[in-house]
Design a protein around this ligand. Structure first.
Ligand SMILES: Cn1cnc(CNC(=O)c2cc(-c3ccc(F)cc3)cc(O)c2O)c1
Ligand SMILES: [Mg+2]
Length: 214
C-alpha cells in the first residue's frame, strides 16, 4: 500500500541510524534524500551553516518554525547547552508525528518541545505557556509566506530582544521577498547572507541571517 515520503524517511532513519546518535540520524536522512528521493530538509550544506550559527549564539532559548521531519530540530538540539529551552512548531500533524519519532530515535526528546498547530496561534501564547521571555535564536523554515507576518507577530509579542538572531531558510527558493524587503529596510536589523545551495541540489540558495540591533 502507499507509503508516504515522510514514512520512508523515518524508515531510513530506523534502518540506518543508531539509536541515541544524532549524527547518524542526520547522515541517514541526508543519504536517503541525496541517493533516493529529494525532500525539503535543510540538508547538510545549509545544515553546517545552521550548526555554526547555533554554536556561535549558544542560545538558552530557541524557537524553530517548521519542524517537518525533525532534521534541523535534531541538528539544533544536539548542539544546545543542557539548560536550554527549545520549542519547535509544526502545523502538519503527519509531519509532527514523524518528527517526534525521528527526534526520539536521536535520543533528544528531552531537549526539545514539539508543539503542533499554527505559528500565528502559538506565538502569542509562548510566554505564558512555556515561561520564556525572549528567544536568543529563531530558525524560520515554515511556510515562506508566513515569515514576515510571524516575525512581526514575534516583535509585537515582545519575544525578540537586542541581540536576538533570526535565521531564515529559503529566502531565494521558494523565496520570501516581502520578509527580505522588510528586514533589509528596517533600521532594527543588521543582516547577513550565507551563500549556499538548495538542499541536495546545485541551485543557488541563501540562508538569511540577521541580528536584532534595536
Ligand atoms: C507543506 N509544507 C510544510 N512545511 C513547508 C515549509 N517548507 C517549504 O515550503 C520548503 C520548500 C522547499 C522547496 C520546495 C520545492 C522546490 F522546488 C524547491 C524548494 C525547500 C525548503 O527548504 C522548504 O523549507 C511546506
Ligand atoms: Mg527549508
Amino acid at each position: 500500500q502507499f507509503v508516504s515520503l515522510r514514512q520512508r524517511i523515518l524508515s531510513a532513519v530506523q534502518k540506518n541510524a543508531t539509536r541515541g546518535d544524532p549524527r547518524s540520524v542526520i547522515r541517514a536522512i541526508d543519504q536517503f534524500c541525496s541517493q533516493k528521493e529529494w525532500a525539503m530538509n535543510v540538508g547538510n550544506e545549509k545544515g553546517c551553516i545552521l550548526d555554526s550559527v547555533v554554536s556561535e549564539v549558544n542560545p538558552a532559548t530557541v524557537l524553530e518554525l517548521g519542524t517537518y521531519c525533525g532534521y534541523s530540530t535534531v541538528r539544533i538540539a544536539s548542539l544546545l547547552p543542557p539548560y536550554a529551552k527549545f520549542i519547535t512548531l509544526e502545523f502538519n500533524p503527519d509531519f509532527a508525528a514523524v518528527a517526534r519519532q525521528v527526534i526520539a530515535w536521536a535520543g533528544l526528546e528531552d531537549k526539545v518541545q514539539l508543539v503542533e498547530g499554527a505559528s500565528s496561534d502559538w506565538i502569542p501564547k509562548i510566554k505564558e505557556q512555556f515561561g520564556i521571555k525572549t528567544f536568543d535564536l529563531v530558525f524560520l523554515d515554515h511556510w515562506k509566506e508566513h515569515y514576515l507576518s510571524d516575525t512581526k507577530l514575534m516583535e509585537e509579542c515582545g519575544l525578540l530582544r537586542k541581540g536576538s538572531v533570526l535565521l531564515a531558510d529559503n529566502v531565494i527558493c521558494p523565496g520570501a521577498p516581502d520578509y527580505v524587503e522588510y528586514v533589509r529596510s528596517s533600521p532594527r536589523y543588521k543582516s547577513h547572507y550565507f551563500r549556499s545551495h538548495l538542499e541536495y541540489t546545485k541551485a543557488e540558495e541563501n540562508l538569511w541571517y540577521l541580528g536584532i540591533i534595536e
